[in-house]
Ligand binder design. Structure first.
Ligand code: SF4
Ligand code: SF4
Length: 412
């Protein structure tokens, strides 16, 4: 059958879905009373949502998050879409991660399925900052999430509050659609879709994604050898640094920070020794208890001027000639003295953020007092001491310290 015949045969069922989705969008707009936006990724699901929004609304904004690790075809395609939207007077905003991924690699080491710093740095941070800038009062973001994508998605509500972006409500008009319905809709409306779909690549997100299967990586190698080479060259450096065997790359063990049981079994079967866990800490510490005090030392100098820029996060700051005191924690150029182990570790976390900050912006969006900013020259955070209330929220979200839920930030 031709595509026309398929569409004709499914027309009434499809139009029912469209009607329901559009009614959902209308109702959600009424209920939330916020400006309308569509998150467009260059993929088929967000294209369908964009199509529905164009049918339903005259005025809305389209957001595109350029992670900096997109396929060049996606960027070209999105530019074409942007041009067409501009003709319709639809505002188009890009949340651009630029080189953040490549620049952050030396701090974090390669991402893994259990180590998704990449999503925070290339998606969550830029999106948070962009929305905060353009919609400080909040926004209603229509996204192309579908319950059939994964078990986790299945359990999600159709409308939700984004825990990362203050005042952002997310909603998915195509939540109940399956992939076939999405394609039917795209063909029925003759929407221009990403040419990568005709290139055997149906994962059109970041090309280095650690969630890729070995088959997807193989397709990448065959279809886009130069992109794979770029990533493989990085992986080779890390392989040597970690003392990993060749198979770490060829069999995709790099896709985990700590190998799963299944991966360990595969390594055994292959007869290769892959260390169970890889760790990378540019700033390391040693801790010693001396006369009831905890003495923290790090593997580099403590630059007090830099500590001062972030110090309020831990508490009230007082400056002395050669030291900075934050509550009872004393920072000198050589060491940190604290009254408890917890305080010493908190001091280490502060130093780590002060030095290793990659300027992702995730904490900036999360700070309830608007006390954080990224210095445009150093690309690192600074705290406004007049605003900071030492709540510690920003410590909880920084990808340098912990990535609690591996899915965090990957589900935008
Ligand atoms: S999140 Fe809390 S501790 Fe961090 S900068 Fe903002 S007010 Fe200060
Ligand atoms: S301190 Fe803030 S901006 Fe810097 S890496 Fe952590 S979350 Fe990102």
């Amino acid at each position: 059958a031709t595509m026309e015949e398929v569409i004709k045969a499914n027309r009434s069922a499809l139009e029912e879905k469209v009607k329901e989705a559009r009614a959902f969008m209308r109702k959600t707009v009424q209920n939330t009373n916020k400006p309308i936006a569509v998150a467009f990724s260059g993929g088929k699901d967000s294209l369908a949502v964009l199509g529905l929004a164009l049918e339903e609304f005259e005025n809305f904004t389209v957001f595109f998050n350029n992670t900096g690790i997109e396929f060049p075809e996606t960027i070209e395609y999105v530019k074409e879409i942007e041009k067409e939207l501009k003709k319709k007077n639809i505002k188009f905003i890009i949340a651009d991660a630029a080189n953040a991924f490549w620049n952050s690699l030396s701090v974090f080491s390669p991402p893994g399925r259990d180590y998704r710093w990449c999503c925070k740095v290339t998606k969550l941070g830029p999106i948070t900052l962009t929305i905060k800038e353009h919609y400080p009062e909040g926004v209603l973001m229509f996204v192309g999430q579908r319950k059939y994508e994964s078990m986790q998605r299945y359990k999600q509500p159709r409308v939700w509050k984004n825990p990362w972006v203050p005042n952002e409500i997310g909603a998915s008009p195509i939540f109940h659609w399956n992939a076939l319905e999405v394609w039917l809709y795209i063909f029925s409306r003759k929407l221009k879709y990403n040419p990568l779909y005709e290139n055997r690549l149906d994962r059109i997100g970041c090309f280095i994604c650690p969630s890729s299967s070995l088959a997807e990586i193989q397709t990448l190698k065959e279809e886009k050898p130069q992109l794979w080479k770029k990533w493989e060259n990085e992986l080779k450096k890390w392989k040597d640094r970690f003392g990993m065997p060749e198979e770490w790359i060829t069999h995709g063990f790099w896709r985990w920070r700590r190998l799963t049981k299944g991966q360990k079994a595969i390594a055994r079967e292959l007869g290769v020794e892959v260390p169970e866990k890889r760790t990378w800490e540019p700033i390391r510490y040693s801790l010693e208890e001396r006369n009831g005090e905890f003495i923290l030392k790090i593997n580099t100098k403590i630059v007090l001027e830099r500590i001062e820029e972030v110090a309020p996060i831990l508490g009230e700051v007082s400056k002395e000639r050669d030291s900075i005191k934050i509550d009872s924690i004393v920072f000198t150029k050589e060491e940190v003295r604290a009254k408890s182990r917890e305080d010493a570790v908190r001091a280490y976390y502060l130093i780590k953020r002060a030095y290793e900050c990659v300027g992702c912006g995730v904490c900036v969006g999360k700070c309830p007092e608007n006390a954080l900013r990224i210095n445009p020259h150093t690309r690192k955070i600074e705290v406004d001491s007049a605003r900071c209330i030492h709540c510690g929220e920003c410590m909880e979200v920084c990808p340098l310290l912990k990535i609690k839920n591996p899915q965090e930030g990957s589900q935008l």
